[in-house]
Design a protein around this ligand. Sequence first.
Ligand code: SF4
Length: 314
Amino acid sequence: MTETKYAWGHAGRYNDFPSYFRRKFTERVQKISVDAGFTCPNRDGSKGVGGCTYCNNNSFNPPYCSPKKSITQQINEGIEFFKKYKTQQYLVYFQAYSNTYASLEKIKQLYQEALNHERVIGLVIGTRPDCISDAVLDYLEDLATNYYISVEYGVESANDEALRFINRGHGYKEAEQTIGNTANRGIHIGVHLVNGLPFDDKESMINNAVMLSRLPIETLKMHQLQILNNTLMAKQFEQEPELFYLFEMEEYLDFIVDIIERINPQVMLERFINQVPEGWLIAPKWGIKNYQFVNKLNNHLKARDTWQGRLFVD
Ligand code: SF4
């Protein structure tokens, strides 16, 4: 086949989100994480206590992020943190915990403070699928007429047994319904999956990604299951390691290609692995950076002469 045949109109073998992002904006746009001090219904008792078994929000929060600082201060420190990229425009990434879990009034105040910053052109909002009201969606729909507004839903698996095991506190159906409610409002929709949860096997993980790719989502982020320090999962792993299937890196690479060739070619792929800072990770220790994995992935797709959606059945 010739490269021009790819359904997303550029030469790469998968529909990669970073390329889309570079084409969409005339200059480099950087995401700046902030911790706005939200909690989550799986921690404060309304859905559960103790959280999802793998959850450790400290493992990905950049050093300048702290709910003790205002949103504006975190944005300014984030700009300083990324200054080597000479970026002029930023998206504020409400990442830690569930960033739509508060009153509408509080949510408006926090988002508006971010959008009032002169160099901010939009928001990326991470949350749970059971944690966003129609009133918040209406508000985001309004914002999306003037700003880039993206909501990232942590779906994690389409297999309810796996979701129960990790104490997720919601099922897959809720995710499907919420994605449907978010669609057609001008809001960019991203979803997140974890590959390797107990009760998921390779077949069901592929199925998770294929099912989600049929929904009206724009981007898919996936990463390998990682056992992190200071989590309930770390204790379970110590006591019953046989419950967990942790991929070897080369095996995971091949598995990601199996997923890519089966999912909808219209869905953009944003991430395949997770990296956490030294000290947080118990297993698996691959020691590979995201860009190195992406290079390997491109070579692997080429070696298998395959591409996104080659086996997708509409
Ligand atoms: S992973 Fe998200 S939903 Fe689960 S406990 Fe942590 S913050 Fe809450």
